[in-house]
Design a binder for this molecule. Structure first.
Ligand SMILES: *Cc1c(COP(=O)(O)O)cnc(C)c1O
Length: 346
């Protein structure tokens, strides 16, 4: 264990635990595509209740949740308001353009969080010259924003602004449960007023595959049509849904441990010469190593040689993400490795 890799690259690196694998192996299954998988049905019922929506659909990935939501809410040529750092802009292979044909209006928020006033300013007035503004998208927590948690009053103000202009609202909740644990506010409250919202099972919740998208009954009926069209309708998917059910019972409260590990990492990093650390709300730590004289790719490679994997994000920016497979005791070892890389004594 002592010499094993400390993988802080992403919370997607978690592997299913023995107990989760047992739950998967023992899952009751059926044909998901015709609504006959009891474990999938139980998972979507629980997710809908958790998120305060009428219904939900199980999908292979968070990316498919986002893209199906865009497909259901928007028509080609319409405009989506979101932060410039959002996942739909930066990490989905251009899918909003390729699949829905929407235009995106990127806002310059702070740590991925924009204001209701910015939404108001971006909404276009009705004109045949301008794209029609259709949807407002929020990421809770904001990934490139440093795992930042949108405060409830900001969410409420954005919801009110969108509703004033009859815009639909979509929440990318890949790490919504991290926001829930960090804020103590229930998931349904975060998602209040949103027409669609989803959670990812394959990030901090530690499942191998899966996400669930929630909304009204009619929204989910349309989402199912796209799931079918895109080839996301599955068969004995209860094997995967069982991991999700296991995670909702056993892996939510423990996200607190990841947040504690992340703040311990941030505190340690802040004491290392040449390293500057961004604020930490949840399980994501961004820091900049430009002050050490190394670029981020070189730093990440040298740290990898010391047994710690992180992500290099350009401009000296490094991302480290804590999760289920990084015990808190690993943080001092990770910090020692950083000190060795920047040439200090550990
Ligand atoms: C990971 C992530 C996604 C995509 O989820 P996948 O399950 O990897 O497809 C979407 N949004 C955010 C904010 C993410 O971090």
């Amino acid at each position: 264990m002592h010499n094993s890799l400390i993988d802080l690259y992403s919370d997607t690196r978690t592997k299913p635990t023995p107990a989760m694998r047992r739950a998967m192996a023992e899952a009751e299954v059926g044909d998901e595509q015709v609504g006959e998988d009891p474990t999938v049905n139980e998972l979507v019922r629980r997710v809908a209740a958790l998120l305060g929506k009428e219904d939900a659909v199980f999908l292979p990935s968070g990316t498919m949740c986002n893209e199906i939501a865009l497909l259901v809410h928007c028509r080609a040529g319409e405009e989506v308001i979101t932060d410039a750092t959002s996942h739909i802009i930066n990490f989905e292979g251009g899918a909003p353009a390729a699949l829905s044909g929407v235009m995106i209006r990127p806002l310059q928020g702070k740590r991925g969080i924009y204001s209701a006033a910015q939404v108001e300013a971006a909404v276009r007035s009705e004109s045949r010259y301008a794209p029609r503004t259709r949807l407002v998208e929020v990421e809770q927590t904001a990934n490139l924003g440093g795992g930042a948690v949108w405060p409830l009053d900001t969410l409420d103000a954005v919801v009110a602004a969108a509703k004033r202009h009859r815009l639909a609202l979509h929440m990318d909740g890949a790490r919504l449960m991290n926001a829930v644990v960090a804020s103590g506010v229930p998931a349904a409250r975060h998602a209040q007023g949103f027409d669609s919202v989803w959670i990812d099972f394959s990030k901090g919740l530690g499942c191998p595959v899966g996400a669930a998208l929630a909304g009204s009954k009619s929204f989910i009926a349309e989402a199912w049509r796209w799931k079918q069209r895109l080839g996301g309708a599955m068969r004995q998917a209860g094997i995967l849904a069982a991991a999700g059910l296991y995670a909702l019972e056993h892996h939510v409260e423990r996200l607190e441990e990841d947040h504690i590990a992340a703040s311990a990492l941030a505190v340690g990093l802040a004491g290392i010469a040449g390293v500057t650390v961004e604020p930490v709300d949840t399980n994501i730590v961004y820091f900049n190593v430009a002050g050490t004289g190394m670029d981020d790719a070189t730093f990440a490679q040298r740290l990898r040689d010391q047994g710690v994997r992180v992500g290099a994000f350009g401009g000296g920016r490094i991302r480290a993400v804590t999760h289920l497979d990084v015990p808190r005791e690993a943080i001092p070892r990770a910090l020692d490795a950083v000190r060795r890389v920047v040439g200090q004594k550990s």
